[in-house]
Design a protein around this ligand. Structure first.
Ligand code: DLL
Length: 436
């Protein structure tokens, strides 16, 4: 750590002091400048001028994605339009998009938060970054771009897609930092191998800064082996200003929250009660210095926990555990709650299958049926009928033991599940289709 060492190693009392000031400022800013918050604070009996401690945030009402949608496009922007420098939007595939606006100050803070991934990785001006998160309204591309520039590194803003060109550039331009979704990194690695290029030998990578979707430890290990680099997880969401809310250090043991910019709580999603450190629940975020799009107690729907204890890296900012999924990704199969990550963890214990899978949901006789489609590894003889059935049965039995629910397993050809340049599509819900 060097460029931001003072901030990253601040004593806890100092961090909490910065957070308290930020919380007070943000709550008052929201109340005075954004009519939605004025009304919701009044309705909840929450007086933003009465904040005395960080725990007082618990008296504030939650904000949900629906609130953000209802106020589309500029309803929750707290500054004059002329002070807004940039606007990003969530994809809006499941409804109206949500908007994140940035002032000059917000863009600077965003760059610094993302840049922490470089600090943790020991990367900087001597590095060449290949940014293959999508550029545009998605916060991945430009967030990575600003963070990488802030680190002093050379930036190759190649954006997502055109995988063969990515591979050429990785070989020829000496890229040492790869920034994209973990599934796209795997796709790059697999495509290179299929082209007869060994990325572990012919690329020059030191580190991958991968996020925007959940990935398991096994998936990480496979990436690290194939690309011969270290993978750091980065988390964030459009509604809180994009990637950089929390970033992993080289200990790979949880993601350090940028606590000088964000106040995080973990709640029981059913009751809204704040949970003690160490317990899994839904992450709730309050921004501490955003001007254009501040949020107070935004319910992310992401499942994690605050990790107790200090990190060996010396950073004093608390950590969240790697994201386990989203409350809205949770499948309810015959009444049993199942997260895709649990299915993935079981699958990973089988050497015969790869990390590419999709869970297909259909209905039969009014009951939900889940089918796990998983790609066989290239060295598994998929044409040998008996072997396939035996393997499917074994995976099915392991899933049943781990999850207490029956999931069908169908082994498919290597490379037959569609690859994405951005976030992988893990769940295909065809339940509506059956009714048509
Ligand atoms: O995905 C921001 C981002 C870009 C983060 C690049 C990291 C790297 P959205 O498109 O608004 O923003 O999606 C946010 O993606 O609520 C999580 O469910 C998921 N997500 C983001 N990062 C991670 C991660 C960007 N590291 C939603 N692990 C979030 C697991 C993640 N899930």
């Amino acid at each position: 750590m060097s460029r931001q060492a003072d901030v990253l190693t601040m004593p806890r009392e100092k961090i909490e002091q910065v957070q308290l000031e930020g919380l007070r400022k943000t709550a008052v800013h929201c109340y005075e400048d954004i009519p939605f918050y004025h009304k919701s604070f009044d309705e909840a009996g929450f007086d933003p001028y009465s904040i005395k401690s960080l725990d007082d945030v618990r008296r504030a009402p939650f904000v949900t994605k629906q609130d953000l949608r209802d106020n589309y496009p500029y309803g929750l922007v707290g500054v004059d339009r002329k002070d807004v420098r940039e606007v990003h939007m969530s994809s809006g595939t499941t409804g109206v998009a949500t908007v994140a606006a940035y002032t000059e100050h917000d863009l600077k803070a965003w760059s610094e938060c993302f840049e922490r991934a470089f600090e943790f990785a020991g990367a900087g001006p001597e590095d060449v970054c290949q940014i293959c998160y999508g550029y545009g309204l998605f916060t991945g591309g430009l967030g990575a771009h600003y963070g990488s520039l802030q680190s002093g590194a050379t930036v190759i803003p190649i954006s997502a897609g055109n995988t063969e060109r990515q591979i050429r550039v990785l070989r020829e331009m000496g890229s040492t930092v790869l920034e994209c979704t973990p599934s796209y990194a795997m796709h790059i690695a697999d495509t290179a191998l299929a082209m007869g290029v060994d990325p572990a030998k012919e690329f020059h990578l030191k580190v991958g800064i991968h996020g925007a979707e959940a990935f398991s430890d096994n998936f990480r290990r496979e990436l690290e082996r194939k690309l011969n680099y270290k993978v750091l997880d980065i988390y964030g969401l459009t509604q809180t200003g994009g990637p950089g809310l929390a970033v992993e250090c080289l200990e790979q043991n949880g993601l350090h929250i940028a606590e000088d910019h964000f106040l995080c709580e973990v709640i029981d999603p059913a009751t809204g009660e704040v949970l003690p450190d160490g317990e899994w629940g839904e992450l709730v975020v309050t921004t501490l210095d955003r001007q254009a799009s501040p949020v107070v107690r935004y319910r992310t729907r992401d499942i994690t926990r605050i990790l107790p204890g200090e990190c060996a890296c010396g950073c004093t900012h608390r950590r969240i555990d790697r994201l386990q999924g989203r409350t809205d990704d949770m499948l309810i199969i015959r009444g049993v709650n199942v997260f895709p990550s649990q299915i993935e963890n079981v699958m990973k214990t089988f050497d015969e299958v790869s990390s590419w899978y999709q869970i297909e949901l259909t209905t039969k006789n009014y009951l939900d049926v889940a089918t796990l489609k998983v790609e066989a590894n290239p060295d598994f003889d998929i044409d040998s009928t008996g072997a396939i059935e035996e393997l499917q049965r074994r995976i099915q039995a392991a899933l049943k033991t781990a999850l207490s629910v029956g999931i069908r397993v169908r082994l498919v050809e290597p490379m037959s599940i569609q690859r994405s340049e951005g976030k992988a599509k893990r769940i295909v819900d065809l339940r509506g289709e059956n009714l048509k």
